[in-house]
Design a protein around this ligand. Structure first.
Ligand code: HEM
Length: 512
């Protein structure tokens, strides 16, 4: 007979034996998965340089939490193509110009991949997620936004905002970091150039403040659900407010352009072109697309949102660095000023025109060089949609994050002698008008990407920076307060000086 106490102990012995068996099974399964993870990583990596094993589960997650230029550089130094894994996402980086361009133009194998939260934050129906023919047709409809006529109508808007900010900056009594102030200048310029006066000032201020919620929600890794209180939830709310106002601007613009009025902002140029295409008053590359489809207020609103998203950080990075590089190179700034006084006929109050900007060869060379030395975007993540035979020896597996880099092409000593130096002269034609070697090596200049998704706003971006720095050089003096972090780079999607560019601006004495 087994009494109750013995039965209890025997039962608990059996239960503990059972628990051990479950534990052993779990351990075997986990160990097998970990071995499998390593085997899959090794198989995908093939002969590529990179860590020979992946940190279990998280991979190189710590590096992606605190991205730094130094980390990227050490990756690029590993080889023309190299491999790494983050959270089981297999990543291949291309350092060599030839491979970066191949990825950028490989529409049938790879497409741009934004961070996981982007679809929720920007709206899954946003045109930025299109690819292939439907994407290139959509883009054709947008060409009307950056014609010479359109660009010259944006200039007076831009200039009035520059002067307003210069006034504020020169009134500051002590030096401060100008990164956020320059972001505000860019945001106000973008909103006014894109939407004109359709959106009241209080709403523009609100959008500008709320847009920050969108920026901070586009992190590499985010809480997976858009629950109240999360960054993604706040960003979706911010997007809805902005979209409501952009739709309103589009509806107002359509009504005004139908009355035959002159376009005053980017949305006007779009709705005017649509109106003309519909009534057969227009015959250019975009007319066919614009005749075939009418863009709704919501579509126009989402394009404006995508422009803010694509431009804000990159423009701010570009503007911060050109101010810093010119302050650090007074001889170059003096040459910019000499050109500005000459082109403006000594009249610093004269309105900048597109013809004047065409004559600002040296100032434009400075912008081109600044974007080369400190490219706002150092790489762009793409994702393979099928196996991609990138070289004879290596095929990138489907589902790989494939990253064409931009920075190494722009710092290649074989193309740009002394690549870290800021030398605008390298872009100037020789005495016979022949393009310089740097200009001839156009395939290395990947600042704005390459291929079907290359930057749609690049002409506008360069004009904005040229007009801004041209006006700044004749209206202001500025001192860069150099700190130990001025030449260190922080990567917040785009790149910035670690100290945010500490400076002091003052009004410039005008020579009689
Ligand atoms: C200095 C400023 C800027 C830089 C460095 C920059 C850089 C880039 C880069 C590297 C890409 C990815 C290209 C690719 O994958 O091949 C891109 C795409 C894009 N950019 Fe810019 N950008 C700037 C300003 C702007 C501005 C001002 C706008 C709009 C007004 C704009 C609109 C876009 C759009 C819409 C795309 C996506 C195009 C597509 O997918 O078809 N960007 N930009």
């Amino acid at each position: 007979m087994v009494n109750a106490t013995e039965s209890y102990y025997m039962g608990s012995r059996e239960a503990s034996g059972g628990n051990h068996a479950v534990l052993n099974t779990v351990l075997v399964v986990v160990a097998s998965l970990l071995v499998l993870e390593q085997a899959v990583y090794k198989w995908k990596k093939g002969h590529l340089p990179g860590p020979s094993w992946s940190i279990p589960i998280i991979g190189r997650f710590a590096d992606s939490l605190n991205p730094s230029l130094e980390n990227y550089m050490s990756g690029w130094k590993l080889g023309d193509l190299s491999a790494v894994s983050v959270f089981n996402i297999f990543i291949v980086q291309a350092a060599k110009n030839e491979y970066s361009r191949k990825i950028f133009s490989s529409g049938s194998y790879a497409e741009p991949c934004l961070v996981a939260s982007a679809k929720k934050v920007l709206d899954p129906n946003n045109w930025v997620f299109l690819n292939g023919k439907v994407h290139s047709d959509y883009r054709k409809g947008l060409n009307v936004l950056f014609t010479r006529k359109a660009l010259s109508s944006y200039l007076p808007i831009q200039e009035s905002i520059y002067r307003k900010y210069f006034d504020q900056w020169t009134k500051e009594s002590t030096p401060k970091s100008y990164m956020m102030a320059m972001r505000d200048l860019n945001m106000e310029t973008s909103l006014k150039v894109f939407c004109g006066d359709y959106i009241p000032q209080h709403a523009q201020d609100d959008i500008s403040d709320k847009y920050w919620l969108i920026t901070v929600a586009l992190e590499l890794v985010n809480f997976p659900f858009a629950w109240p209180g999360t960054k993604v939830y706040n960003a979706i709310k911010a997007r809805k407010v902005a979209i409501k106002w952009f739709e309103y601007a589009s509806a107002q613009s359509k009504a005004r352009m139908a009355l035959g009025e002159e376009p005053e902002c980017l949305i006007d140029h779009w709705t005017k072109a649509m109106h003309e295409a519909k009534h057969n008053d227009r015959d250019d590359g975009s007319s066919k697309v614009l005749r075939a489809r009418e863009f709704s207020d919501n579509e126009i609103a989402m394009v404006v949102l995508s422009f803010l998203f694509a431009s804000q950080d990159a423009m701010t990075s570009g503007v911060v660095y050109i101010f810093q590089l010119l302050a650090d190179n007074p001889a170059i700034l003096a040459k910019v000023r000499e050109e500005q006084y000459r082109v403006r006929g000594g009249d610093v109050e004269s309105a900048t025109t597109l013809d004047m900007l065409d004559q600002m060869t040296y100032t434009r060379a400075c912008i081109k060089e600044s974007l080369r030395v400190k490219p706002p975007v150092i790489m762009v993540p793409y994702m393979t949609k099928k196996a991609f035979p990138i070289t004879k020896e290596y095929t990138v597996p489907k589902g790989t994050m494939l990253i064409p880099s931009i920075y190494p092409s722009l710092h290649d000593p074989a193309v740009y002698a002394d690549p870290e130096a800021f030398v605008p002269e390298r872009w100037l034609a020789n005495a016979d008008g022949e393009p310089s070697d740097a200009e001839k090596a156009a395939s290395n200049y990947l600042v704005f990407g390459h291929g079907p998704h290359h930057c749609l706003g690049k002409e506008y971006a360069v004009l904005h920076m040229t007009a801004l720095i041209g006006a700044a050089s004749v209206l202001m003096d500025w001192d860069h307060i150099v700190t130990p972090d001025s030449n260190n780079v922080q990567v917040i999607a785009t790149i910035f000086p670690k100290d945010g560019f500490v400076a002091k601006f003052s009004k410039r004495e005008q020579v009689a």
